[in-house]
Design a protein around this ligand. Structure first.
Ligand SMILES: NC(=O)C1=CN([C@@H]2O[C@H](COP(=O)(O)OP(=O)(O)OC[C@H]3O[C@@H](n4cnc5c(N)ncnc54)[C@H](OP(=O)(O)O)[C@@H]3O)[C@@H](O)[C@H]2O)C=CC1
Ligand SMILES: O=C(O)[C@@H]1CCC=N1
Length: 264
């Protein structure tokens, strides 16, 4: 077994889907454990990977192990698998707040750990993942892990102190974007458009706008100004967004998000 997951919920299945779709690993090279049978049935049926309820089995059999349970279960899971993890295995973590130092203490011995923060767009190969590693991980090993992570989107190696910022700017931010798309579609429905069509228009506008930022290299403010015809419709929308605190809402939401990550 090459790649194992302990926890087969939303984020793990997004990663599994991306890794398989991009041919990084075959389903038969992957195994997932979960305490929730429905989650196991879902990944087994939809992705064809092996599944088990035995966390230790995954730790024993896999070269690379993703800890994909909620942060509050990390301590319990590490205690279960600790003796099955030797100096040759690589642990990938995806939980906010769980520092390399904390993780190293919980394993109670030197273990190779790569701390990451992915996001659910991994499912469609458009994720972005930040990664940092402890001293036990060599440059080659970090490059190998990054090649796995690159299977479901972009990857950047960053200093660990930025990891809480990454939670708010990319780990959690798909939720804010989905809320925006939902609200935009609601407004379009209120103005008479069919809901399915409204989701298509709103989503494509968001996708195209993100692509413009990435591909033109222009400042987002300049791109916004290009949409605002003098005396036109967009500047009216911008005026109301400013009045209702659109930017400030995002600013405060992301500060709260990063603060929560720091406290975990
Ligand atoms: N969702 C996201 O967008 C992102 C999530 N993450 C991180 O990914 C991790 C998983 O999050 P997410 O996928 O959303 O959570 P989910 O609840 O969807 O998945 C976690 C799964 O782990 C199971 N589980 C709980 N305890 C154990 C255990 N002791 N042994 C084995 N399995 C267990 C859960 O079962 P049960 O439901 O019964 O508890 C659940 O099926 C978290 O650390 C989260 O912070 C990181 C980036 C983005
Ligand atoms: O909500 C959470 O805690 C996780 C971390 C980033 C996205 N989801």
């Amino acid at each position: 077994m090459k790649l194992g997951f302990i926890g087969c919920g939303n984020m793990a299945s997004a990663i599994m889907g991306g890794v398989i779709r991009n041919g990084i690993f075959r389903p038969e090279e992957m195994i997932g454990a979960d305490s929730y049978k429905t989650a196991l049935d879902k990944v087994s049926e939809t992705l064809g990977i092996q599944v088990t309820t035995d966390n230790r089995r995954v730790a024993e059999e896999c070269e690379v192990l993703v800890l994909s349970v909620k942060p509050q279960f990390y301590e319990e899971v590490i205690a279960q698998i600790r003796s099955a993890v030797d100096e040759n295995k690589i642990i990938i973590t995806i939980a906010p707040g769980k520092t390399l130092e904390w993780l190293g203490q919980k394993f109670e011995k030197p273990v190779k750990i790569v701390r990451t923060m992915p996001n659910t767009p991994a499912l469609v190969g458009e994720g972005i993942t930040a990664a940092c590693a402890n001293v036990q991980v060599s440059e080659e090993e970090l490059a190998y892990v990054c090649s796995i992570l690159r299977g479901f989107g972009e990857v950047e190696v960053i200093p660990e102190h930025l990891m809480d910022v990454v939670v708010s700017v990319s780990g959690s931010s798909p939720a804010y974007v989905f809320m925006m798309i939902e609200a935009m579609a609601d407004a379009a429905v209120a103005d008479g458009m069919a809901r399915a069509q409204a989701y298509r228009f709103a989503s494509q506008a968001v996708l195209g706008s993100a692509k413009m930022v990435l591909e033109t290299g222009k400042h987002p403010g300049e791109l916004k100004d290009m949409v605002c015809s003098p005396g036109g419709t967009t500047i009216e929308a911008v005026r109301v967004l400013e009045e209702k605190g659109f930017r400030s809402s995002l600013f405060e939401a992301m500060k709260a998000c990063a603060k929560k990550a720091r406290e975990m």
